[in-house]
Design a protein around this ligand. Sequence first.
Ligand SMILES: Cc1cc2nc3c(=O)[nH]c(=O)nc-3n(C[C@H](O)[C@H](O)[C@H](O)COP(=O)(O)OP(=O)(O)OC[C@H]3O[C@@H](n4cnc5c(N)ncnc54)[C@H](O)[C@@H]3O)c2cc1C
Length: 479
Amino acid sequence: LTSSLLDELRQIVGAEYVLSDSVDLSVYECDGETLDVARPDYVVLPATTAETAAVVRLANRHKIPFSPRGAGTGLSGGSTTVYGGILISMTRMTRVLLIDPDDHIAVVEVGATNLSISQEANKYGLHFAPDPSSQVASTIGGNLAENAGGPHCLKYGMTTDHVLGITVVLPDGTITKFGGRSRDRLGLDLLGVFVGSEGTLGLATEAVLKLVPKPQAVETMLAYFPTVDSAGEAVSQIVASGVIPAAMEMIDQLTLNAVEDAHHLGLNREAAALLIVELDGPRAGILVHKSIVEECLKRNGVTGVQWARDQNERARIWKARKTAFGALGRIAPHGYILDGVIPRSKLAEAIRRIAEISVKRHLTISNIYHAGDGNLHPCMLYHKDNVKEVESVLVAGREILEVCVDLGGTLSGEHGIGVEKILEMAKVFTPHDLEAMGWVKQAFNPDGLCNPGKVLPTPKTCGESGGRAMMRHMLSAQC
Ligand SMILES: Cc1cc2nc3c(=O)[nH]c(=O)nc-3n(C[C@H](O)[C@H](O)[C@H](O)COP(=O)(O)OP(=O)(O)OC[C@H]3O[C@@H](n4cnc5c(N)ncnc54)[C@H](O)[C@@H]3O)c2cc1C
């Protein structure tokens, strides 16, 4: 079977685009969520929709699981092949096929990086609004499968608000299209169902994206606060005032100092929290919003405010946020990034309870937030070789998500469920909810071959979500 399958895969995509050597495969054994590791049996890199469909049909014939993968920057193990099988990497399909400056549309292959689309669109004064911090590397296929967000999604919405149509290879190998070039979606909204389905309903190969004009003016500000509470309160008051900033991002003191150690940006190391607020739109409106924002900051004891005077200063401010995760590598070699959501008003309580977990579990936890929409990214720093510490990280991760749910929030703002949070799904959904989602998955993916072991828990539940042993599930089996 193995050699005939390999031959057939090579015939479809060309020999050099089929990987089966263990060293090559090890590159693909996880995504950015490195606690869940499972090596695929083969990696295949198709160049076209037709090749992708042929690989999927072949997998069906051999009854072998297959999973789509973009850049592998996912943070929930979405492309990790927990049942082994064929990993279909979309990273050869990188073309921006069309920018239509009249209709504000881009047509792209799904392996195109998020940033490359804005770079092309920039020539026409347009850009693709969803801007995950991974935008240099992450692909549009991964963005739409995860319904990715980013700092500017506070004002502009998530990926789902910017995808008009997709070409899809369904799990049986059929090629079809959902949506189109217009915003109207007639019939059942299959595009809406597909976006955010984490690779479990098929493989997107092309996408029609909505572009937005670049704003007339942008003002970016960095502010320091003596406590996380006061920064959180300022964020709540800005939103309550009716101002919707383009972005509102926060990092805590630990993260701020790691960034300063790494990049020497001249940040105030004494501050307990650093808040970035960006306003955009027509110039006249921005001036009004600027004074409202400043008033909210003052009312909450801000200790320093710096507005960017030019593009360089704006880039410096954003560097403090966009390099934050990388800078944490100075503290420990491994970081496990969570993605909980809470009501904005509960920020202070969430931070206090995360700090308690950090003490109880003897873990260093940094905090990075999409503060405007209550999306927390606590990052637990650890050494992977220290098994006890890894166990603490997994337990603390679960506890932090429980805090988020307990405070009226949920498990994920943008990173998805993947394999990471599959066992937690029962904390936010009833068995009936999960069953209804299962019917949808079943309709698209009746044999369960497409990206198995993701998003929805199987009846096997605790301790087993896939054929390959995941450390978190072995741990959960002891629960
Ligand atoms: C430093 C860092 C910062 C990040 N910042 C953000 C952020 O600000 N906002 C945010 O939302 N995320 C963020 N992420 C997470 C990650 O970048 C996003 O989830 C991104 O959308 C994943 O894209 P990818 O191409 O890497 O997809 P992958 O990780 O390869 O795959 C992600 C999921 O998409 C599926 N998939 C991939 N391609 C396709 C396709 N063509 N068709 C169907 N399914 C497919 C996979 O099966 C998997 O389930 C960050 C990650 C890192 C490492």
